[in-house]
Write a protein that binds this ligand. Structure first.
Ligand code: R5P
Length: 293
């Protein structure tokens, strides 16, 4: 309790000044959410640009040790300056990531298959909400399989996560999976992203596609774009640029960063597109300058 000696009388009420905290919240679809939800979303999306650079390194949850991620303890610290949000499993985070990293956390919360399975679409909600709270997760990442065998159980996982997330003010990121047999058409992505948002996801992770602007327009929450398979750096930067130009609020990129022979420079170039309005051409020039220094 403050020392009462020398207490000044409160008098500076600025009675002519309107209440200052009246701005609409800057994250799409989040205006009516609780303060705690908004706080988590502000740990994910930069208030100035509105966007985010997520680094996906959760591949081990079904692929085990992945090329480029053999030593998470060595890879992640180098990339941190260019990353806003770390997307990983609780096992990877707890064992290999410094908790004093100052970054948002997208916690991979579903699992249940491995790359040895023919059908990867059957997962369970594997992380208790109490553990997500202990991890101080800023969102729960839930894999969904629209149009695949595991559609029902994955949407059940998503719905359970949304119920728990609403209870404790933790946002949910619905992740749109694309299987070998699943189409990658604008029709599919419009369907899948809208379904996940209607079920209560606060962020959608999906893939870039033709007519991406329409996918974004029809989705009432922010979309972040997954990187997908490793591309030459110039193409990956074009994918990133097209995504942001098309209305994505960020990238959630894995292999196109950690499998680059210049992962740090690649993550820095992605950051230029996401937060500084660089075109793909400008970002590639930046990348080349950085690797030739
Ligand atoms: C999503 O389902 C995966 O676990 C990864 O988070 C996702 O594929 C992003 O990584 P990448 O950019 O390597 O595709």
């Amino acid at each position: 309790m403050a020392d009462l000696e020398g207490v000044k009388i409160a008098k500076d009420y600025h009675v002519d000044v309107p209440f200052a905290n009246n701005e609409p919240f800057y994250v799409k679809g989040a205006n009516n959410l609780d303060w705690g939800m908004k706080k988590h979303l502000s740990n994910i999306f930069n208030k100035k640009s509105g966007n985010t650079v997520m680094f996906a390194f959760d591949h081990g949850y079904f692929m085990g040790s992945t090329a480029g991620l053999e030593r998470l303890d060595l890879v992640i610290p180098k990339l941190l300056p260019n990353i806003d949000v770390l997307m990983g499993t609780r096992g990877a985070l707890r064992t290999c990531v410094d908790p004093a990293n100052g970054k948002g956390i997208a916690l991979r919360a579903t699992s249940g298959s491995s790359m040895l399975n023919e059908d990867l679409s059957h997962e369970v909600l594997a992380v208790d909400i109490e553990d997500a709270i202990r991890m101080n997760a800023d969102c729960l990442a839930i894999q969904t399989f629209i149009g695949a065998d595991g559609q029902l159980s994955s949407l059940e996982n998503l719905s359970k996560a949304v119920n728990l997330g609403q209870r404790y003010s933790i946002p949910v990121m619905g992740v749109v999976a694309v299987g070998k047999q699943m189409e990658r058409t604008p029709r599919f992505f419009k369907l899948a992203t809208r379904i996940l948002a209607e079920l209560g996801a606060n962020i959608i992770k999906t893939y870039y596609c033709e007519d991406f602007e329409e996918v974004v327009a029809a989705c009432p929450v922010p979309i972040v774009v997954a990187g997908g398979k490793k591309l030459p750096e110039e193409e990956a930067l074009t994918l990133a640029y097209n995504s942001i130009k098309g209305g994505a609020k960020g990238l959630d990129m894995g292999r196109n960063i950690f499998q680059s022979t210049h992962a740090v420079e690649m993550s820095a170039a992605i950051r230029k597109i996401v937060h500084e309005g660089y075109t793909d051409k400008e970002a590639y020039e930046f990348f080349q300058d950085a690797i030739n220094k």
